[in-house]
Design a protein around this ligand. Structure first.
Ligand code: BGC
Length: 322
């Protein structure tokens, strides 16, 4: 992990983020790319799940045979999204930085649900590692269809105490990492043959803090604000090439990583004041939206951010004020 964690504010990790002290940090390399041996599945038959409700069957049809790369998929939101795609029959590449066990669990759940894939260690903020992640997926599955750009970290501090390492650490992973993976994905999508629907699809996992300023988290909010314009400008640039770019911005989503904020009743009460819908989100809330945005059912959705936040972006202070 770059930087020291000597802030006067607690290290506040988001649901899609890794805690440096839990061995989930996104800055340590174990250089281990072995994972489980990838299986060549380019020609496998569509998943048969007749028990699925009608709408899910439509999405299943459009997702089966698709190959998806999910960065930061060893825990939290990334893990939830990876499993949601696996359940619908996609091939899923489970990227992780340090938490190999978490990535293995993700893959196991994908396989138990009938999906397939492999795990791949890579620090997405390093150009060569991001390139290897994308290229290996292309080689293994003879191309891929969807990139879920999810990996992200928080290294919080009050502004005057924020170190350069805390600034660059967060920007490098959250913004540069998303740029690098997107660029490699676009290179591949551009080479694909034209089809009826899009040739490739990228979903940026951002945050409500691409809109809501966040004191004590200037590096994090800046990275998410950057993703908003990265996503929109890229969407504009590649839409004529039939490549779709969108974002999902989650609010407070419960995972074991931010457990402290919702398992303590007093803190949970404070958090709920910021959520008009009066519940904390869960990773399934994000997974369901991601599979729809990744499917051809959302083919006409371009350059949009879906806020999945229980209304957090609606200025909750105005409920009984103003
Ligand atoms: C952060 C969470 C936070 C949520 C709402 C997310 O981007 O990762 O830690 O609870 O925003 O503030």
């Amino acid at each position: 992990m770059t930087g020291t964690m000597t802030s006067d504010l607690p290290i506040n990790l988001g649901p899609n983020q890794a805690h440096p002290n839990r061995g989930h940090g996104l800055r340590r390399d174990d250089g281990d790319n072995d994972g489980n041996s990838p299986v060549m599945t380019g020609k496998r038959p569509p998943a048969k799940n007749t028990k699925l409700p009608q709408l899910l069957r439509v999405i299943t049809k459009t997702l089966t045979m698709k190959t998806v790369i999910v960065t930061g998929a060893s825990s939290g939101i990334g893990q939830g999204i990876a499993i949601a795609f696996g359940e619908l029959g996609a091939n899923v590449i489970v990227n992780y930085h340090s938490d190999k066990k978490g990535a293995t669990d993700t893959l196991k759940k994908i396989q138990e649900a009938g999906g397939q894939g492999y795990i791949h260690q890579a620090d997405v903020s390093k150009e060569s590692e991001a390139m290897e992640l994308i290229n290996k997926a292309i080689e293994t599955y003879n191309g891929f269809d969807i990139l879920i750009n999810n990996a992200g970290i928080q290294m919080d501090n009050s502004f005057s105490k924020m170190t350069l390492d805390e600034w660059t650490g967060v920007i490098d992973t959250n913004l540069t990492g998303q740029f690098l993976c997107a660029r490699e994905a676009i290179k591949h999508f551009e080479k694909k043959k034209q089809t009826d629907t899009c040739k490739g699809n990228i979903i940026f996992i951002s945050s409500v803090h691409d809109l809501i300023p966040w004191a004590g988290h200037v590096n994090y909010a800046s990275s998410k604000g950057g993703i908003l314009m990265l996503m929109k400008s890229l969407a504009l640039e590649v839409a004529p090439k039939k490549i779709r770019i969108n974002a999902i911005s989650p609010g407070a989503i419960a995972t074991d990583i931010n457990e402290e904020a919702w398992s303590d009743e007093k803190k949970k009460k404070e958090l709920l004041k910021l959520i008009p819908y009066q519940r904390i989100g869960n990773v399934e809330d994000i997974g369901k939206a991601a599979v729809w945005l990744g499917s051809d059912d959302s083919d006409y959705v371009i350059g949009t951010t879906i806020y999945i936040d229980g209304g957090m972006t609606l200025y909750p202070g105005f409920v009984d004020n103003g």
